[in-house]
Design a binder for this molecule. Structure first.
Ligand SMILES: [Zn+2]
Length: 123
């Protein structure tokens, strides 16, 4: 959906509502396109700021605080996906860390077993 003159700020990216390309959320106009193909933006002048997410964890206030120079306009007619709660992100990080540690422990056990019982067998 095209949103002229709108800077769309999300949790892990931001984009220009006019052209849909990624944007630097600190710029006054869409001067820079970020991402895997960085370059010049479309030059759209931002008047509004919004986000794709619902107001979870004070997100709307944070977006407003980020760009007090812009008029904050949040979706009310659509049903945006909820943003992940911060505790959930922490849980995910912990789970990831745990699985990495488990994989390391598994590898260490495997290496230790091989050291005790070298390939080729005992003589
Ligand atoms: Zn643009």
């Amino acid at each position: 959906m095209k949103r002229p003159h709108t800077l769309v700020v999300n949790l892990n990216d931001s984009r220009c509502g006019a052209c849909g390309q990624s944007a630097d959320p600190s710029e006054l106009t869409h001067a820079t396109r970020l991402g895997y193909q960085p370059g010049a933006g479309c030059g759209e002048r931002y008047v509004f700021v919004t986000t794709d997410y619902s107001d979870t964890g004070g997100l709307y206030d944070r977006v407003r605080a980020m760009r007090p120079d812009l008029t904050a306009e949040f979706l009310s007619t659509e049903d945006p996906p909820p943003s992940p709660a911060e505790e959930k992100v922490v849980d995910l990080m912990a789970a990831l860390e745990e699985s990495v540690n488990e994989a390391k422990a598994e590898r260490d056990r495997h290496l230790a077993a091989r050291a005790e019982d070298p390939p080729g067998g005992t003589q």
